[in-house]
Design a protein around this ligand. Sequence first.
Ligand SMILES: Nc1ncnc2c1ncn2[C@@H]1O[C@H](COP(=O)(O)OP(=O)(O)OP(=O)(O)O)[C@@H](O)[C@H]1O
Length: 362
Amino acid sequence: MSKAAEIELASVTKRYGSAVAVDAISLRIPAGTYCCLLGPSGCGKTSTLRMIAGHEDVSDGDILLGNTMITQLPPARRGTSMMFQSYALFPHLDLIDNVAFSLRMKGVERTERRNKALEMLKLMQMDGYASRRPAQLSGGQQQRVALARALITDPEALLLDEPLSALDPFLKIRMRAELKKLQTQLGITFVHVTHSQEEAMALADLIVIMNDGRIEQAATPREVFETPATAFVARFMGDHNVVSGRGAGSADGLALLDVPNGGKFAATGTAPGDGAPIDIAVRTDRVRLRPSDTKGLGFTGTISNIEYRGASVKLSVDGAGIEDFTAIVDERSFFEKPASVGEAVPVSWDAGDAIVLGRLAT
Ligand SMILES: Nc1ncnc2c1ncn2[C@@H]1O[C@H](COP(=O)(O)OP(=O)(O)OP(=O)(O)O)[C@@H](O)[C@H]1O
Protein backbone atom coordinates (compact mmCIF):
# COMPACT_ATOMS: atom_id res chain seq x y z
CA MET A 1 0.00 0.00 0.00
CA SER A 2 1.07 3.60 -0.58
CA LYS A 3 1.90 5.98 2.20
CA ALA A 4 -0.73 8.36 3.52
CA ALA A 5 -0.48 11.97 2.44
CA GLU A 6 -1.61 15.21 3.99
CA ILE A 7 -4.21 17.17 2.03
CA GLU A 8 -4.16 20.93 2.09
CA LEU A 9 -6.76 23.27 0.66
CA ALA A 10 -5.51 26.85 0.34
CA SER A 11 -8.31 29.37 -0.10
CA VAL A 12 -10.21 27.09 -2.48
CA THR A 13 -13.24 28.50 -4.25
CA LYS A 14 -15.74 26.85 -6.58
CA ARG A 15 -18.05 28.95 -8.70
CA TYR A 16 -20.73 27.57 -11.00
CA GLY A 17 -21.37 30.56 -13.26
CA SER A 18 -21.87 33.43 -10.84
CA ALA A 19 -22.98 31.18 -7.94
CA VAL A 20 -20.35 30.54 -5.27
CA ALA A 21 -20.64 26.90 -4.08
CA VAL A 22 -17.37 26.83 -2.09
CA ASP A 23 -16.13 30.14 -0.72
CA ALA A 24 -12.34 30.42 -0.22
CA ILE A 25 -12.00 27.55 2.24
CA SER A 26 -8.68 26.63 3.82
CA LEU A 27 -8.18 23.29 5.50
CA ARG A 28 -5.34 20.96 6.46
CA ILE A 29 -6.14 17.25 6.73
CA PRO A 30 -3.13 15.52 8.36
CA ALA A 31 -1.83 12.32 6.72
CA GLY A 32 -3.67 9.20 7.85
CA THR A 33 -6.69 11.11 9.14
CA TYR A 34 -10.30 9.92 8.78
CA CYS A 35 -11.92 13.21 7.80
CA CYS A 36 -15.68 13.71 7.39
CA LEU A 37 -17.07 16.65 5.45
CA LEU A 38 -20.44 17.24 7.09
CA GLY A 39 -23.23 19.68 6.37
CA PRO A 40 -26.74 20.16 5.05
CA SER A 41 -27.69 19.65 1.42
CA GLY A 42 -26.12 22.25 -0.88
CA CYS A 43 -23.42 23.42 1.57
CA GLY A 44 -20.62 22.56 -0.88
CA LYS A 45 -19.21 19.32 0.53
CA THR A 46 -19.50 17.27 -2.68
CA SER A 47 -18.01 20.11 -4.73
CA THR A 48 -15.08 20.21 -2.28
CA LEU A 49 -14.54 16.44 -2.56
CA ARG A 50 -14.79 16.53 -6.35
CA MET A 51 -12.20 19.32 -6.51
CA ILE A 52 -9.80 17.22 -4.40
CA ALA A 53 -10.44 14.28 -6.76
CA GLY A 54 -9.97 16.42 -9.87
CA HIS A 55 -13.48 15.75 -11.17
CA GLU A 56 -14.29 19.44 -10.81
CA ASP A 57 -12.07 22.41 -11.70
CA VAL A 58 -10.96 24.74 -8.93
CA SER A 59 -12.12 28.31 -9.63
CA ASP A 60 -9.55 29.86 -7.25
CA GLY A 61 -6.99 28.62 -4.76
CA ASP A 62 -4.80 25.54 -4.58
CA ILE A 63 -4.90 21.92 -3.47
CA LEU A 64 -1.83 20.06 -2.26
CA LEU A 65 -1.39 16.34 -1.63
CA GLY A 66 1.74 15.86 0.44
CA ASN A 67 4.21 18.30 -1.11
CA THR A 68 2.67 18.10 -4.57
CA MET A 69 0.46 20.80 -5.99
CA ILE A 70 -2.34 18.77 -7.61
CA THR A 71 -4.72 21.61 -8.56
CA GLN A 72 -4.15 21.17 -12.29
CA LEU A 73 -3.47 17.42 -12.45
CA PRO A 74 -5.93 14.96 -14.04
CA PRO A 75 -7.69 12.62 -11.53
CA ALA A 76 -5.59 9.55 -12.36
CA ARG A 77 -2.30 11.36 -11.69
CA ARG A 78 -3.18 12.87 -8.30
CA GLY A 79 -2.59 9.93 -5.98
CA THR A 80 -6.23 10.08 -4.89
CA SER A 81 -9.02 7.64 -5.64
CA MET A 82 -12.74 8.24 -5.43
CA MET A 83 -15.58 5.90 -4.49
CA PHE A 84 -18.88 7.11 -5.84
CA GLN A 85 -22.24 7.10 -4.06
CA SER A 86 -23.78 4.72 -6.60
CA TYR A 87 -20.58 2.54 -6.64
CA ALA A 88 -20.58 2.89 -10.49
CA LEU A 89 -19.77 -0.80 -11.08
CA PHE A 90 -19.93 -2.13 -14.64
CA PRO A 91 -22.87 -4.58 -14.84
CA HIS A 92 -21.43 -6.64 -17.73
CA LEU A 93 -18.03 -7.28 -16.11
CA ASP A 94 -17.25 -9.82 -13.40
CA LEU A 95 -15.75 -8.63 -10.12
CA ILE A 96 -12.14 -9.22 -11.15
CA ASP A 97 -12.56 -7.12 -14.29
CA ASN A 98 -14.48 -4.45 -12.39
CA VAL A 99 -11.75 -4.13 -9.79
CA ALA A 100 -8.93 -4.34 -12.39
CA PHE A 101 -10.51 -1.69 -14.63
CA SER A 102 -8.27 1.27 -13.82
CA LEU A 103 -5.13 -0.89 -14.20
CA ARG A 104 -6.39 -1.95 -17.64
CA MET A 105 -6.78 1.74 -18.55
CA LYS A 106 -3.17 2.25 -17.44
CA GLY A 107 -2.03 -0.56 -19.76
CA VAL A 108 -1.06 -3.01 -17.01
CA GLU A 109 -0.66 -6.53 -18.41
CA ARG A 110 -3.63 -8.94 -17.93
CA THR A 111 -2.16 -11.49 -15.48
CA GLU A 112 -0.62 -8.79 -13.35
CA ARG A 113 -3.80 -6.73 -13.13
CA ARG A 114 -5.98 -9.78 -12.41
CA ASN A 115 -3.63 -10.86 -9.63
CA LYS A 116 -3.74 -7.40 -8.09
CA ALA A 117 -7.55 -7.35 -8.42
CA LEU A 118 -7.78 -10.69 -6.61
CA GLU A 119 -5.52 -9.35 -3.88
CA MET A 120 -7.86 -6.34 -3.43
CA LEU A 121 -10.93 -8.61 -3.39
CA LYS A 122 -9.18 -10.67 -0.70
CA LEU A 123 -8.56 -7.53 1.33
CA MET A 124 -12.30 -6.86 1.20
CA GLN A 125 -13.13 -10.58 1.85
CA MET A 126 -14.80 -10.82 -1.55
CA ASP A 127 -12.36 -13.20 -3.32
CA GLY A 128 -14.89 -16.04 -3.09
CA TYR A 129 -17.19 -14.06 -5.43
CA ALA A 130 -14.57 -13.11 -8.03
CA SER A 131 -16.40 -14.46 -11.09
CA ARG A 132 -19.82 -13.00 -10.19
CA ARG A 133 -21.40 -9.94 -11.79
CA PRO A 134 -22.40 -6.93 -9.61
CA ALA A 135 -26.15 -7.74 -9.91
CA GLN A 136 -25.51 -11.05 -8.12
CA LEU A 137 -24.33 -9.25 -4.97
CA SER A 138 -26.02 -7.60 -1.99
CA GLY A 139 -25.66 -3.85 -1.42
CA GLY A 140 -22.97 -4.33 1.21
CA GLN A 141 -21.03 -6.69 -1.07
CA GLN A 142 -21.25 -4.22 -3.96
CA GLN A 143 -19.83 -1.59 -1.68
CA ARG A 144 -16.87 -3.80 -0.80
CA VAL A 145 -16.18 -4.34 -4.50
CA ALA A 146 -16.36 -0.59 -5.12
CA LEU A 147 -13.85 -0.10 -2.30
CA ALA A 148 -11.55 -2.78 -3.76
CA ARG A 149 -11.75 -1.00 -7.10
CA ALA A 150 -10.92 2.38 -5.59
CA LEU A 151 -7.98 0.97 -3.64
CA ILE A 152 -6.30 -0.95 -6.49
CA THR A 153 -4.25 2.09 -7.56
CA ASP A 154 -2.66 2.31 -4.07
CA PRO A 155 -3.98 5.84 -3.45
CA GLU A 156 -2.50 8.12 -0.80
CA ALA A 157 -6.01 9.39 -0.08
CA LEU A 158 -9.40 7.73 -0.57
CA LEU A 159 -12.33 10.04 -1.29
CA LEU A 160 -15.80 8.74 -0.47
CA ASP A 161 -19.00 10.49 -1.58
CA GLU A 162 -21.89 9.47 0.74
CA PRO A 163 -20.59 5.87 0.73
CA LEU A 164 -23.25 4.50 3.08
CA SER A 165 -26.34 6.23 1.72
CA ALA A 166 -27.50 3.31 -0.48
CA LEU A 167 -27.53 0.83 2.42
CA ASP A 168 -30.37 -0.06 4.78
CA PRO A 169 -29.99 1.18 8.39
CA PHE A 170 -28.69 -2.13 9.74
CA LEU A 171 -26.07 -2.59 7.01
CA LYS A 172 -25.14 1.08 7.25
CA ILE A 173 -23.95 0.60 10.82
CA ARG A 174 -22.07 -2.60 9.95
CA MET A 175 -20.36 -1.10 6.91
CA ARG A 176 -19.54 2.01 8.92
CA ALA A 177 -17.51 -0.13 11.31
CA GLU A 178 -15.84 -1.85 8.34
CA LEU A 179 -14.85 1.47 6.78
CA LYS A 180 -13.25 2.58 10.03
CA LYS A 181 -11.39 -0.72 10.34
CA LEU A 182 -10.19 -0.50 6.74
CA GLN A 183 -8.89 3.03 7.21
CA THR A 184 -7.03 2.03 10.38
CA GLN A 185 -5.61 -1.04 8.63
CA LEU A 186 -4.46 0.85 5.51
CA GLY A 187 -3.41 3.99 7.40
CA ILE A 188 -4.19 6.22 4.41
CA THR A 189 -6.13 9.49 4.50
CA PHE A 190 -9.89 9.09 4.06
CA VAL A 191 -12.16 12.02 3.16
CA HIS A 192 -15.81 11.02 3.53
CA VAL A 193 -18.78 13.23 2.60
CA THR A 194 -21.92 12.77 4.68
CA HIS A 195 -24.96 14.70 5.83
CA SER A 196 -25.34 12.44 8.88
CA GLN A 197 -24.09 13.88 12.17
CA GLU A 198 -24.13 10.42 13.73
CA GLU A 199 -22.04 8.93 10.92
CA ALA A 200 -19.45 11.71 11.15
CA MET A 201 -19.25 11.46 14.95
CA ALA A 202 -18.78 7.68 14.75
CA LEU A 203 -16.09 7.71 12.05
CA ALA A 204 -14.09 10.88 12.00
CA ASP A 205 -10.82 11.92 13.57
CA LEU A 206 -11.55 15.33 12.03
CA ILE A 207 -15.07 16.66 11.37
CA VAL A 208 -15.34 19.58 8.97
CA ILE A 209 -18.76 21.22 9.31
CA MET A 210 -19.72 23.24 6.26
CA ASN A 211 -22.51 25.74 5.74
CA ASP A 212 -23.21 27.82 2.68
CA GLY A 213 -19.83 27.15 1.05
CA ARG A 214 -17.78 27.91 4.18
CA ILE A 215 -16.23 25.97 7.04
CA GLU A 216 -17.96 26.66 10.36
CA GLN A 217 -15.70 24.37 12.39
CA ALA A 218 -12.98 21.77 11.75
CA ALA A 219 -12.21 19.80 14.91
CA THR A 220 -12.34 16.39 16.56
CA PRO A 221 -15.83 14.96 17.26
CA ARG A 222 -15.34 15.59 20.98
CA GLU A 223 -14.37 19.22 20.45
CA VAL A 224 -17.37 19.73 18.18
CA PHE A 225 -19.65 18.16 20.81
CA GLU A 226 -18.19 20.00 23.79
CA THR A 227 -17.39 23.36 22.25
CA PRO A 228 -19.36 24.04 19.08
CA ALA A 229 -17.78 27.11 17.48
CA THR A 230 -20.88 28.78 16.11
CA ALA A 231 -24.67 28.83 16.53
CA PHE A 232 -24.94 26.94 13.23
CA VAL A 233 -22.75 24.09 14.51
CA ALA A 234 -24.60 23.94 17.84
CA ARG A 235 -27.99 23.77 16.07
CA PHE A 236 -26.88 21.41 13.31
CA MET A 237 -25.25 18.91 15.65
CA GLY A 238 -28.35 19.10 17.86
CA ASP A 239 -26.69 18.50 21.23
CA HIS A 240 -27.12 22.10 22.39
CA ASN A 241 -29.85 24.67 22.83
CA VAL A 242 -28.94 27.98 21.26
CA VAL A 243 -30.21 30.98 23.19
CA SER A 244 -29.88 34.38 21.53
CA GLY A 245 -29.74 37.60 23.48
CA ARG A 246 -27.78 40.77 24.10
CA GLY A 247 -24.44 40.95 25.88
CA ALA A 248 -24.68 42.42 29.37
CA GLY A 249 -21.00 42.28 30.27
CA SER A 250 -18.99 39.70 32.22
CA ALA A 251 -18.64 38.88 35.89
CA ASP A 252 -16.67 36.16 37.72
CA GLY A 253 -15.57 34.48 34.46
CA LEU A 254 -19.15 34.33 33.20
CA ALA A 255 -20.73 36.07 30.27
CA LEU A 256 -24.07 37.69 31.10
CA LEU A 257 -26.85 37.68 28.56
CA ASP A 258 -30.15 39.60 28.45
CA VAL A 259 -32.85 37.52 26.76
CA PRO A 260 -35.86 39.12 25.04
CA ASN A 261 -38.40 38.64 27.85
CA GLY A 262 -36.20 40.51 30.30
CA GLY A 263 -34.58 37.45 31.87
CA LYS A 264 -30.83 37.09 32.51
CA PHE A 265 -28.75 34.07 31.53
CA ALA A 266 -25.05 33.34 31.98
CA ALA A 267 -22.51 31.18 30.23
CA THR A 268 -18.80 30.38 30.35
CA GLY A 269 -16.91 33.05 28.43
CA THR A 270 -17.06 36.79 28.03
CA ALA A 271 -19.83 39.00 26.69
CA PRO A 272 -19.78 42.55 25.40
CA GLY A 273 -21.41 45.00 27.79
CA ASP A 274 -22.88 47.15 25.06
CA GLY A 275 -25.97 45.09 24.25
CA ALA A 276 -24.45 43.59 21.07
CA PRO A 277 -26.19 40.35 20.01
CA ILE A 278 -24.60 37.13 21.26
CA ASP A 279 -25.59 33.48 21.28
CA ILE A 280 -24.94 30.94 23.98
CA ALA A 281 -25.22 27.15 23.77
CA VAL A 282 -26.61 25.03 26.60
CA ARG A 283 -25.96 21.29 26.51
CA THR A 284 -29.24 19.39 26.19
CA ASP A 285 -27.96 16.47 28.29
CA ARG A 286 -27.00 18.72 31.22
CA VAL A 287 -30.39 20.39 31.63
CA ARG A 288 -32.12 19.36 34.88
CA LEU A 289 -35.85 19.16 35.32
CA ARG A 290 -37.23 20.59 38.57
CA PRO A 291 -33.76 21.27 40.06
CA SER A 292 -33.41 20.44 43.74
CA ASP A 293 -31.07 23.39 44.31
CA THR A 294 -31.34 26.96 43.10
CA LYS A 295 -27.68 27.45 42.25
CA GLY A 296 -28.09 26.70 38.57
CA LEU A 297 -29.37 28.98 35.85
CA GLY A 298 -32.66 28.45 34.15
CA PHE A 299 -36.27 29.37 33.68
CA THR A 300 -39.75 27.95 34.10
CA GLY A 301 -41.43 26.79 30.92
CA THR A 302 -44.28 24.65 29.63
CA ILE A 303 -43.59 21.18 28.27
CA SER A 304 -44.70 21.08 24.62
CA ASN A 305 -43.50 17.58 23.68
CA ILE A 306 -42.11 14.41 25.25
CA GLU A 307 -40.25 11.68 23.33
CA TYR A 308 -39.28 8.39 24.92
CA ARG A 309 -35.87 7.22 23.66
CA GLY A 310 -35.15 4.17 25.76
CA ALA A 311 -32.15 5.18 27.84
CA SER A 312 -33.32 8.79 27.95
CA VAL A 313 -36.39 10.99 27.54
CA LYS A 314 -36.36 14.10 25.35
CA LEU A 315 -38.50 17.02 26.47
CA SER A 316 -39.27 20.23 24.59
CA VAL A 317 -39.97 23.23 26.80
CA ASP A 318 -41.29 26.68 25.82
CA GLY A 319 -40.75 29.67 28.09
CA ALA A 320 -38.76 32.85 28.77
CA GLY A 321 -39.18 33.77 25.12
CA ILE A 322 -37.45 30.52 24.11
CA GLU A 323 -39.20 27.93 21.97
CA ASP A 324 -38.37 24.24 21.83
CA PHE A 325 -35.72 24.29 24.52
CA THR A 326 -34.54 20.68 24.66
CA ALA A 327 -33.78 18.70 27.78
CA ILE A 328 -32.50 15.12 27.49
CA VAL A 329 -33.01 13.48 30.87
CA ASP A 330 -32.04 10.04 32.03
CA GLU A 331 -35.09 7.73 31.83
CA ARG A 332 -34.81 6.58 35.44
CA SER A 333 -34.88 10.07 36.89
CA PHE A 334 -37.71 11.04 34.52
CA PHE A 335 -39.93 8.12 35.54
CA GLU A 336 -39.22 8.62 39.25
CA LYS A 337 -41.23 11.81 38.92
CA PRO A 338 -42.81 11.93 35.46
CA ALA A 339 -43.96 15.13 33.79
CA SER A 340 -46.59 15.55 31.11
CA VAL A 341 -47.24 17.80 28.12
CA GLY A 342 -48.76 21.15 29.16
CA GLU A 343 -47.18 21.07 32.61
CA ALA A 344 -45.13 24.06 33.81
CA VAL A 345 -41.69 22.95 35.06
CA PRO A 346 -38.52 24.72 36.12
CA VAL A 347 -35.45 23.75 34.07
CA SER A 348 -31.92 24.50 35.15
CA TRP A 349 -28.27 24.06 34.21
CA ASP A 350 -24.86 25.05 35.55
CA ALA A 351 -23.00 27.97 33.99
CA GLY A 352 -20.19 25.54 33.07
CA ASP A 353 -22.61 23.68 30.79
CA ALA A 354 -23.34 26.81 28.77
CA ILE A 355 -20.78 28.46 26.47
CA VAL A 356 -20.63 31.64 24.44
CA LEU A 357 -20.72 30.96 20.70
CA GLY A 358 -18.57 32.71 18.14
CA ARG A 359 -19.63 34.20 14.86
CA LEU A 360 -18.06 33.61 11.45
CA ALA A 361 -16.24 36.64 10.15
CA THR A 362 -18.09 38.02 7.16
N1 LIG B 1 -22.65 21.26 -11.79
C1 LIG B 1 -23.24 22.26 -11.11
N2 LIG B 1 -23.71 23.35 -11.73
C2 LIG B 1 -24.27 24.38 -11.06
N3 LIG B 1 -24.44 24.40 -9.72
C3 LIG B 1 -24.00 23.34 -9.04
C4 LIG B 1 -23.39 22.21 -9.68
N4 LIG B 1 -23.06 21.29 -8.73
C5 LIG B 1 -23.45 21.84 -7.55
N5 LIG B 1 -24.02 23.05 -7.73
C6 LIG B 1 -24.53 23.94 -6.67
O1 LIG B 1 -23.49 24.21 -5.76
C7 LIG B 1 -23.94 24.19 -4.43
C8 LIG B 1 -23.16 23.15 -3.62
O2 LIG B 1 -23.46 21.85 -4.12
P1 LIG B 1 -22.78 20.53 -3.58
O3 LIG B 1 -23.27 19.39 -4.39
O4 LIG B 1 -21.32 20.73 -3.47
O5 LIG B 1 -23.40 20.49 -2.12
P2 LIG B 1 -23.53 19.27 -1.11
O6 LIG B 1 -23.26 19.85 0.22
O7 LIG B 1 -22.68 18.15 -1.51
O8 LIG B 1 -25.05 18.89 -1.23
P3 LIG B 1 -25.77 17.43 -1.23
O9 LIG B 1 -25.64 16.92 0.17
O10 LIG B 1 -27.17 17.78 -1.60
O11 LIG B 1 -25.06 16.61 -2.24
C9 LIG B 1 -25.43 23.91 -4.49
O12 LIG B 1 -26.12 25.14 -4.41
C10 LIG B 1 -25.61 23.26 -5.85
O13 LIG B 1 -26.89 23.53 -6.36
